[in-house]
Ligand binder design. Structure first.
Ligand SMILES: Cc1cc2nc3c(=O)[nH]c(=O)nc-3n(C[C@H](O)[C@H](O)[C@H](O)COP(=O)(O)O)c2cc1C
Length: 338
């Protein structure tokens, strides 16, 4: 079991946010799977994300890897909150674990939208306290992942590659956390490539460390608003040709209609391990001791038990996967235990 602020993840194995965690049917299957310690939803926006027919995913022939051109979910945050309520109040479905946490993945490009979305989450958590059909601790089972790293959005580079641009958004997160320190919120990070990116990340995170009530009487340990970091998202700007992917024969030009997309699965495993290792080491050695409490969720090429073990050795306390889920369905999680 791994405690991430208000949620316990047991077993410490989850699906990461992806196209196969998009609707209630998929989320229910993930929720009922005995091998997931928590379920992560696909990333939603405030109003939904219009799809234009170029969104797709392909799987490589020679390795368990994927390339996708998906943006965010077409379903808005309000739909996900309704579905999370359905999961949490369902009368213990077969094999289901009552009280399994749900990580709601969200994104916003403006501080105002982000504030509106966090307000919705907080009102939702509050409403669970009065919901007789929900477990008594239901409001503590809902966490938020702020996706700062989708590489597939035209003219919107992932803000976590551009630290000055991310600060106004992180300011909003910090404000909500300080108003309610039970809010379990983390960041979804992209793959980084060189040392100063990690230095900048740690510096920006640490700049949000505070004592919750600095004017209060008793000496309080400093806390950081960010409870977890999920590393890594897909590797943008990647290209596969039709002959490299399963069922590619009928495709012209490139494997994806957009050509470029986000690479995931075994093809990025070494890079993701490097990111998890670097982030874990940087958090552990930072003079800001509150950063040691941040849990690292490792993702990227987790397709076997050996890969799970490598993620743990690299420093991940919780391990997640998406490509394996897309390729094998929820049965894929069994593969991670063998
Ligand atoms: C088809 C597909 C859709 C994805 N959609 C999202 C998303 O909506 N939000 C997000 O944060 N990550 C998204 N991801 C990234 C995954 O959560 C994960 O970080 C990445 O794929 C690496 O893990 P993997 O190698 O197990 O696939 C998506 C990945 C795939 C393959």
């Amino acid at each position: 079991m791994v405690q991430v602020r208000s949620i316990d993840i047991s077993p410490p194995l989850i699906n990461t946010s992806c196209a196969w965690a998009s609707d209630l049917a998929q989320l229910t299957e993930l929720y009922n799977c005995p091998h997931t310690g928590a379920v992560t939803t696909r990333t939603s926006t405030l109003k939904g994300f219009p799809e234009d027919g170029t969104q797709n995913v392909v799987f490589a022939k020679d390795t368990l890897s994927s390339l996708n051109s998906y943006g965010y979910s077409p379903h808005p945050l309000a739909s996900y909150l309704a579905w999370v309520r359905a999961l949490l109040t369902s009368s213990t479905p077969s094999g289901g674990v009552p009280g399994k946490p749900v990580i709601v993945s969200i994104v916003a490009s403006t501080p105002d939208d982000l504030a509106t979305m966090l307000e919705m989450v907080q009102e939702f958590r509050q409403s669970l306290k009065d919901d007789q059909s929900a477990p008594h601790n239901a409001s503590m089972l809902v966490a938020v992942e702020f996706n700062t790293s989708c590489p597939n959005i035209k003219n919107k580079p992932p803000p976590s590659y551009d630290f000055p641009s991310i600060s106004p958004l992180l300011d909003v997160v910090a404000t909500f956390f300080r108003a309610d320190p039970t809010l379990t919120i983390g960041l979804k990070l992209p793959p980084y490539f060189y040392n100063t990116q990690y230095v900048d990340l740690i510096q920006v995170l640490s700049s949000y460390t505070t004592k919750l009530h600095p004017e209060g009487g008793e000496e309080q340990a400093p806390v950081n608003p960010f409870a977890f970091l999920t590393s890594t998202n897909t590797l943008g700007s990647s290209l596969l040709f039709p002959e490299q992917v399963i069922d590619g024969e009928n495709r012209d030009g490139f494997a994806l209609p957009t050509g470029l997309g986000g690479l995931a699965g075994e093809a990025i495993h070494a890079l993701s391990l490097g990111n998890v290792f670097n982030i874990s080491q940087s958090l552990a050695s930072c003079p800001d001791r509150s950063l040691k409490d941040i849990v690292v969720i490792g993702a990227g090429g987790v397709v076997s038990k050996d890969a799970v073990d490598r993620m743990r050795k690299a420093g991940a306390q919780v391990v997640g996967c998406a490509t394996l889920l897309g390729s094998r369905g929820v049965r894929g999680f069994e593969q991670l235990l063998l």
